[in-house]
Unconditional design. Structure first.
Length: 291
């Protein structure tokens, strides 16, 4: 058991000798919540607390994140292909095969939707928050901060030596008000050494931008599968002030998934569940119960 403000029982799934940490709270239809970079299952703590009396909340930490193991390459390759394989093996292990509700944020979007594209009939509802399920929109350029981390030795050094990516995210990914000191500390806690920041860097380096990049084919697969979800109830909650997943990504989702229920939060950033928890959590709760 991890101490409050993360009052959940820690569980572990053995993935080829690497421990994947996860939460499995409550009973009912499964709600699988997938985080991105550099967050971890802590990002969903308040949503789990709100839903676990009626739903089975399943929240893994990707390998290299949160309370999961953080193996150094080549022990684990940190590719999108491996991430999708991890999720598939994990859900198979738990016996989660139908009536699956997916709650997706950041990298969790492409990972979760890659699983969904191969299990369309198993997906009951989708909740999307500041994420992607397609290639970089034509009108959007990769932000310089990400380009540096993805392509330069200096960027990699800043991420692993100074924990700059995680620290910067804790500052710029909320817009309404700064994160409380305790909350900020919990976001930083899993990444307190060079070794522990390997996943943060590898996610940045794994961004697929052109054919031939590892994972580009998986993004193409997901993009091509989106029409299969035309009748899947979908809720989109979006922080408009996200410097990465901005209005260009939201507009692309609206074009590709016109049936979705969309809620914009003009004064919120990437961590929309932090900025607007009091609004987003009731929306998700209502959506899961009524759609």
């Amino acid at each position: 058991m991890v101490a409050a403000p993360y009052p959940f029982a820690s569980r572990y799934f053995d993935r080829d000798g690497i421990r994947l940490h996860y939460l499995d709270e409550g009973q009912g239809e499964p709600v699988v919540m997938l985080h991105g970079n550099p967050t971890w299952s802590y990002y969903y703590r308040n949503l789990v607390g709100a839903l676990r009396d009626r739903f089975r909340c399943i929240v893994p930490d990707h390998i290299g994140f949160g309370l999961s193991d953080k193996p150094q390459p080549p022990r684990y390759d940190y590719t999108l292909k491996s991430r999708v394989g991890d999720l598939t093996a994990f859900l198979d292990h738990l016996g989660v095969r139908d009536h699956v509700n997916l709650v997706l944020h950041d990298w969790g979007g492409i990972i979760g939707m890659a699983w969904a594209a191969r299990h369309v009939a198993a997906v009951k509802r989708l909740v999307l928050m500041n994420t992607a399920a397609f290639h970089l929109p034509k009108a959007k350029r990769l932000p310089l901060r990400l380009w540096l981390g993805r392509n330069t030795r200096l960027g990699a050094w800043l991420i692993r030596s100074l924990n700059l990516f995680t620290r910067h995210a804790a500052n710029v990914c909320v817009k309404r008000r700064p994160l409380p000191a305790e909350v900020r500390e919990w976001y930083l806690r899993p990444y307190d050494s060079w070794e522990d920041r390997v996943g943060v860097l590898k996610f940045v380096q794994a961004i697929p931008l052109k054919p031939g990049d590892p994972g580009y084919d998986i993004v193409s697969e997901v993009e091509g599968a989106l029409p299969a979800f035309a009748r899947t109830p979908t809720l989109i909650c979006w922080g408009i002030k996200d410097f990465v997943f901005d209005r260009h990504f939201l507009e692309e989702f609206e074009r590709r998934m016109p049936h979705a229920e969309v809620h914009r939060f003009p004064d919120c950033g990437h961590y929309v569940l932090e900025d607007a928890a009091g609004e987003v959590i009731p929306l998700i709760d209502r959506f899961l119960q009524t759609r």
